[in-house]
Write a protein that binds this ligand. Structure first.
Ligand code: C2O
Ligand code: CU
Length: 553
């Protein structure tokens, strides 16, 4: 195995990603950042130099479990102190499984400012995947605002609350198109800027393509389609799916998929590639790219109208949930059956609340998560007291009495806390995410993509309404569930997952919608703390870890 070394300069740059000139956080001048390519078993080393001048940063390797290196997970507040301006921080970790993963900033809302990219881990040359293709290509989806992330996050924490609203454009590989006639007087919008010409995927007629599709969106769920071409879904979050053909693929923030398609349509023309917003009332033009059949001109516009995506009728949940279920079985040759029983079940009620100071927050079982000044991993490993609230986070909500469909919700208040869940090392844990009504003016429930750091989990079941622990465990798929690291919680429904708490460390589990995470929609799990090796001093320096760094120097 090899060591793959990268040197990244993180800095702000002007870009016209959707034709409107705006600031973006870039890696070596680029957004999306460079794709990290490695082979299973390789060590990836990334020297991150923070050149943002006035902003901290930290980078998370999404889907990489960090076995043996929990301090390089890159989650500011959980596993490390932020990288301060001018500093260089070195991440070093092993990519132990093949597949498609992501990296992105895990500090404030920097991910949505452009700090993100793909990680592709190949199988060793001697091993084959359970499918074949001629070429490997990739697409990364994102949504984009014109306000700065400071404006957006300040609005979310303001009283009265200022919502981020729907994105201005959808980016495919960092390219979108805002309608310049709608640009504000103080905006520079250049419809012919090379930054915003659509991404072109050129294909050779008759060839089969593996297309890796990933989403780092801050808010939107997408419906992805290639006009006229069926997609065979073969991989999800680094695991082989029982192959399933779709006309279009719903993808939630934090998910990665691989699909296969063959360029077997009329080769005399080009086709649209589209990412439409689903799950919320769309108010953003779809993201557009072009599937170019060689040797047609790559800029030739497809002769058809671009795909409009599934029709929004205030309830597109059912077909999205059906697709989630269809994609939740493992490839038959790669089944890792889950343990037959679990040692603990945590029910997590997802609610929108108002806290004492008037702010709007998201909460789990009535607790809205707040990050401590001293990262959990350091506090736990070094035995620092009072670094966070040591009261155990609540195991369940009042499920006998809580009406998840009631509008307005009966309980509006929540508390803010830095509390965590301590898991017994090597125990099997079930988490049932329960959705509910929000504080919106009319009955409403949102889709939340939940992402677990440090582990893959089995997707046991999706259900509608309220999960009943006495009845619904019979719906769990214990035979061939797919493993994932990100899973959707659908409106007014529940999602059950199971995982082994076998990775010593402190791990975030949170909604991948950036605006929800900064509003407290997350929890932290800690396990095997006594087995964690000596922490690198590079992760220290903030909160109560200041003196530790000094002592070790
Ligand atoms: Cu991709 Cu904690 O996130
Ligand atoms: Cu959410």
């Amino acid at each position: 195995s090899k060591v793959r070394v990268h040197r990244w300069d993180i800095s702000y740059a002007f870009k016209s990603q959707d034709c409107v000139r705006n600031l973006a956080v870039t890696i070596n001048g680029q957004t999306p950042g460079p794709t990290i390519r490695a082979e299973m078993g390789d060590t990836v080393v990334v020297h991150v130099k923070n050149n943002l001048v006035t902003e901290n940063t930290a980078i998370h390797w999404h889907g990489i479990r960090q076995i043996g290196t929990p301090w390089f997970d890159g989650t500011e507040g959980v596993t490390q102190c932020p990288i301060v301006p001018g500093d260089t921080f070195t991440y070093r970790f092993v990519v132990d499984r093949p597949g498609t993963y992501l990296y992105h900033a895990h500090y404030g809302m920097q991910r949505s400012a452009g700090l993100y990219g793909l990680i592709q881990v190949a199988l060793p040359a001697a091993q084959a995947e359970p499918f074949s293709y001629d070429y490997d290509r990739s697409i990364i989806l994102n949504d984009w605002w014109h306000d700065t992330t400071q404006q957006l996050s300040t609005g979310l924490a303001s009283v009265p609350f200022v919502w981020v609203n729907e994105p201005k454009s959808i980016l495919i590989n960092g390219r979108g198109k805002f309608n310049c006639s709608l640009a504000a007087a103080n905006q520079v919008c250049n419809a012919t800027s090379p930054d915003c010409s659509p991404f072109v995927l050129t294909v050779v007629p008759g060839m089969t393509y593996r297309l890796r599709i990933a989403s780092v969106s801050s808010l939107s769920a997408f419906n992805f389609e290639i006009e006229g071409h069926d997609l065979l879904v073969v991989e999800a979050d680094g695991h082989y799916v029982n192959p399933f053909a779709v006309k279009n693929l719903n993808i939630y923030s934090g998910e990665t998929y691989s699909v296969l398609f063959t360029a077997d349509r009329d080769a005399s023309r080009n086709y649209w590639i589209a990412a439409n917003v689903v799950g919320r009332r769309p108010d953003t033009e779809p993201g557009i790219a072009v599937l170019n059949y060689y040797p047609n001109h790559p800029r030739r516009t497809p002769p058809t109208a671009r795909p409009e995506g599934p029709l929004w009728n205030w309830n597109d949940t059912d077909y999205r949930e059906q697709q989630s279920i269809a994609l939740s079985r493992s490839h038959p040759d790669y089944i890792h059956p889950p343990p037959a029983t679990s040692d603990r079940t945590i029910l997590l009620l997802n609610t929108q609340n108002r806290v004492e100071d008037g702010r709007t927050r998201w909460s789990l079982n009535g607790v809205s998560h707040d990050m401590p000044h001293t990262p959990y991993l350091i506090a736990l490993r070094e035995g620092l007291r009072h670094a966070f609230d040591e009261t155990p986070a609540p195991e369940r909500y009042d499920y006998e009495n809580y009406d998840v469909s009631r509008h307005p919700p009966a309980v509006v208040n929540a508390t803010i806390s830095t509390s965590i869940y301590r898991l017994k090392f090597n125990s099997t844990v079930d988490v049932v995410l329960q959705n509910a009504n929000t504080l919106a003016n009319s009955s409403n429930s949102e889709t939340h993509p939940w992402h677990l750091h440090g582990h893959d989990f089995w997707v046991l079941a999706y259900g509608t309404g309220k999960f009943d622990p006495r009845r619904d465990t019979s719906k769990f798929n214990l035979v061939d569930p797919i493993m994932k690291n990100t899973v959707a919680l659908h409106p007014f429904g529940w999602t059950a997952i199971r995982f082994r708490a076998d990775n010593p460390g402190a791990w975030a589990f949170h909604c991948h919608i950036e605006a929800h995470f900064v509003m407290g929609m997350g929890v932290v799990f800690a396990e095997g703390v006594d087995r964690i090796g000596r922490l690198p001093t590079s992760i220290m320096g903030c909160g109560d870890s200041k003196f530790l760094r000094a002592r070790h120097h």
